[in-house]
Design a protein around this ligand. Sequence first.
Ligand code: SF4
Ligand code: SF4
Length: 205
Amino acid sequence: MILINYTASIQLLSTLIDYRGSEPYFAPMTPFERRKNIILRNEELESSGMGCKGCSGTCCTYEANSMMVTPVEAVELVEYLKHNNLFNDELKARLTETVSKYRLDQGLGNGKRSFIRRTYTCPFFGHSELGCPIPREVKPYGCIAFNSHHVELKAGEHCYSEKEILEEREKNDLDEQKLNEELKKKYSLWWDKVPMPVALLDFFR
Ligand code: SF4
Ligand code: SF4
């Protein structure tokens, strides 16, 4: 079942409208709408027996994870964490430790493109439960689109992202680039895409 966090969607929407004053010039999609096609594909694979059950979560650890996020993805995740009282000192300490341990703040260049993609164990992985505690409608796009394509082998051997569905997601959200620019201004962000822990730490400033 898909859990839709309406509060996170509404909060993001109202934040943007406040920022622009009384005449918003476009209505942003909700976090779920933005991810709809990749969530549906994820569910389709899961219901065909190609879910992640039985895997220790290789793709969330330093063995394979190098997830980066845009301002839109970061804000949606931060709103969700705040709404659930998870944006706290404990998270800040975990993010700081991850950034330091995997040197994620090094080699970021101008924040537009990263020439070095460092891998890291995700700070959300396996803390409260084994696996990912973040709901799909606010997860980074790349996390939702990276799926198993095999019913039995579950250690990453048959796991990959389908480029076409990520491209289709981008095509569906024509305003996303504008929204990224608005959020960069609003939160004084210097980056377009950085490793997720670096992005989230920026919101503790
Ligand atoms: S957000 Fe969840 S799915 Fe993505 S890397 Fe972290 S633990 Fe894994
Ligand atoms: S996508 Fe693959 S490596 Fe990642 S948790 Fe699922 S089965 Fe494991």
